[in-house]
Design a protein around this ligand. Structure first.
Ligand SMILES: [Zn+2]
Length: 201
């Protein structure tokens, strides 16, 4: 996959889904990917982003603490989301990494107007580094509560691994992105059809 973080970020449709999609799907993500994601998701400013990029040198312990928590959260989201996609129940402890972040972050909800629609957005109190993950954990908790109503899907391309929320009217969206995986599928189907044309009646 050669998708950039910024295109990947837009595909999931919700913050926690986008976070689960960051980096290679099976392995973890790097510190740089984490910080750039937070910037692209407008959780931090570009100035804060460049400060944080050098945090592993400036304060290795603080960086390690945040990084471990972020990896744990992301891993649990991928597991939870995979279960949600298959409409399976999951053990209670799978939600622990989300609860851990929710527990330590203080904040409040604010009404925001986006694309002509009102929604609530969680604004975390900026103390320590854990607040950086608060909005992601909050978004994940909402998706878990919504369950099947969140219409969470896994891209139909088995090599892709990206999650998305199907907001289409029909609810039949199959691909993370029509221009990436959908198109690839169409091209392959066209090639197959073309190759077998000689044999078909
Ligand atoms: Zn895909």
């Amino acid at each position: 996959m050669s998708q950039t973080a910024s295109t990947t970020q837009l595909l999931g449709g919700r913050l926690a889904v986008n976070f689960a999609n960051v980096g290679p799907s099976q392995t973890g993500l790097s510190w740089e990917e984490l910080i750039l994601f937070l910037e692209q998701a407008h959780i931090i400013s570009p100035e804060r982003s460049s400060q944080l990029l050098s945090l592993p040198q400036a304060d290795p312990q603080a960086a390690e603490g945040l990084f471990v928590r972020a990896l744990r959260l992301r891993q649990s989201l991928r597991k939870l989301f995979a279960a949600l996609v298959r409409a399976e129940r999951f053990p209670r402890e799978w939600a622990d990494p989300i609860n851990e972040v929710l527990r330590i972050t203080e904040g409040h909800d604010e009404l925001v107007l986006q694309d002509g629609r009102w929604r609530t957005e969680f604004i975390a109190r900026e103390g320590g580094l854990d607040w950086l993950l608060a909005a992601i954990a909050r978004s994940a908790a909402e998706i878990v509560v919504e369950g099947q109503a969140a219409r969470l899907r896994l891209c139909a391309n088995p090599n892709c691994g990206l999650f998305f929320c199907d907001t289409s009217r029909t609810g039949l969206r199959r691909w993370c992105s029509m221009s990436v995986c959908g198109n690839r599928h169409k091209v392959a189907a066209f090639a197959r059809k073309h190759a077998s044309r000689g044999h078909a009646a």
